[in-house]
Design a protein around this ligand. Structure first.
Ligand code: IFM
Length: 454
């Protein structure tokens, strides 16, 4: 047995996002978001769930932060709801919205917990969507105006900023697959959205640098290894394309200032209308970042599939592969390989794990306990691989477990639980799960015991 110890200043933390936990959807001047609207359309979200109440974090944030402190957390990643700051999208700033986040930051600092603030975790004001949403080339300027206000207000205390969460999902799940808000199904729109998200990111990074604000700025990407399902050359090509679709399309512009040419050629050959690729905008996207956020859940398996336009691949999980309660494969070594790839292929010098976690259908026992050994096992395996990557020279400064508590899991509503803390959604009672206790101990010890089974 060996003790896996993490670097001295390693930040053990948890993560959430505004629409998934806050609730208070119509309070203190908050405007409608694309997720409020999306949830009203029957069939979009399991059980017709909405984020109206969620975990009521808006009212219970002090209780939640106190729990984080008891759990020994050093960091908390949360996001700002844009519709709380600009309810009508472009009109007056809503002071009550800024005030809420200011109180949240103060409470965290009082508890000795470092805030990691995400500026966009998918809850676009509906009024923005009404003028085209992220497909509208003016959106980056609006985003800058909103971020400017937030940074102006919180920048004296917040030192870690994340511009966008998972731009892949915002672009492709929301605008190509249509299974997230705003529910559009058009590939060219999704590419345009991805492009404008990155122009917006670039504007905010530039503003942050020019403002001389203290601290660091980065972005959170969801990346995953793409593994061919067979040795057939067609499947290998499909896996390379799948990698281009989810990984390289988002890494290359940030680091290299270009989109991957093989993907540009492929999409063009499929008749997709491409975004403008304006050289000035491409340069804006590629400004140096202080850190890269990695959201890692699993690798995924890919096969050639000519029925799927324009990608030409589909995903399937091999039989007998261990999976979680959402059917996501458990592939912890993928985290190690992705971290090494980020360093070696992309030269990324500093990484924060901005999300990692798993969905389990947790149940509360009669004596009010929640035993989730599968989640403990998942965390141990992934933290072991993270430790391996750090030993191999990758600079990872923190780990924000997804998620602090069970919450509104987008189109799965409340049916898919990711938390270290169980939420009884009928009563809002919080119960720290077995995994929460395990993680708290690891945070206190700055590591954990590991038996290598070879
Ligand atoms: O809940 C989401 C989160 O909002 C973004 N990353 C993946 C999580 C689990 O699906």
């Amino acid at each position: 047995m060996s003790k896996l110890l993490f670097p001295q200043d390693f930040v053990w933390g948890t993560a959430t996002a505004s629409y998934q936990v806050e609730g208070a959807a119509r309070e203190d001047g908050r405007g409608e978001s694309i997720w409020d609207r999306f949830c009203t359309i029957p069939g979009n979200v399991a059980n017709g769930d909405t984020g109206d109440v969620a975990c009521d974090h808006y009212h219970r944030f002090r209780e939640d932060i106190s729990l984080m402190r008891q759990m020994g957390m050093k960091g908390y990643r949360f996001s700002i709801a844009w519709p709380r700051i600009y309810p009508d999208a472009r009109g007056q700033v809503n002071e009550a919205g800024l005030e809420f986040y200011s109180r949240l930051v103060d409470e965290l600092l009082k508890a000795g917990i470092t805030p990691y603030v995400t500026l966009y975790h998918w809850d676009l004001p509906q009024a923005m969507q009404d003028i085209g949403g992220w497909a509208n080339p003016q959106m980056p300027q609006y985003f800058l105006t909103y971020c400017h206000k937030v940074m102006e207000r919180l920048g004296d205390r917040v030192r870690h900023w994340i511009t966008l969460n998972e731009p892949f999902c915002a672009a492709f799940l929301g605008n190509y697959e249509g299974r997230q808000a705003p529910g559009i199904r058009d590939f060219s729109t999704a590419l345009r959205v991805a492009y404008h998200l990155y122009v917006a990111h670039g504007l905010v990074v530039r503003y942050f640098r020019q403002s001389g604000m203290k601290g660091e700025i980065g972005i959170a990407l969801n990346l995953m290894g793409r593994v061919p399902l067979s040795d057939e050359p067609e499947d290998a090509a499909a896996a390379r394309r799948a990698d281009g679709y989810i990984n390289r399309w988002f890494l290359d512009p940030l680091i290299r200032g270009t989109y991957p040419q093989d993907m540009v050629d492929w999409y063009q050959s499929m008749g997709v209308v491409m975004p403008p690729f304006d050289p000035d905008e491409m340069a804006l996207m590629a400004q140096p970042l202080d850190f890269m956020g990695l959201n890692y859940y699993n690798d995924s398996f890919v096969r050639h599939d000519s029925q799927v336009w324009p990608l030409g691949f589909s995903s399937a999980t091999p039989r007998l592969m261990p999976v979680n309660d959402r059917g996501w494969p458990i592939t912890e070594e993928g985290l190690y390989h992705m971290l090494l790839r980020m360093k070696q292929e992309y030269g990324i010098r500093k990484i924060v794990i901005t999300e990692n976690g798993t969905a389990i259908n947790d149940v509360r026992s009669a004596d009010n306990r929640v035993e989730d050994p599968q989640r403990v096992d998942y965390l141990r395996r992934h933290l072991h691989q993270l430790h391996r990557a750090i030993q191999a020279g990758v600079n990872v400064t923190g780990y924000m477990q997804w998620s602090f508590c069970d919450n509104f899991e987008w189109s799965f509503g409340y049916s898919s639980r990711f938390g270290l803390v169980y939420i009884d959604f009928a009563t809002q009672e919080r119960i720290v799960k077995q995994s929460g206790h395990w993680y708290a101990q690891a945070a206190r010890d700055n590591g954990f015991d590991w038996i290598d089974m070879g």
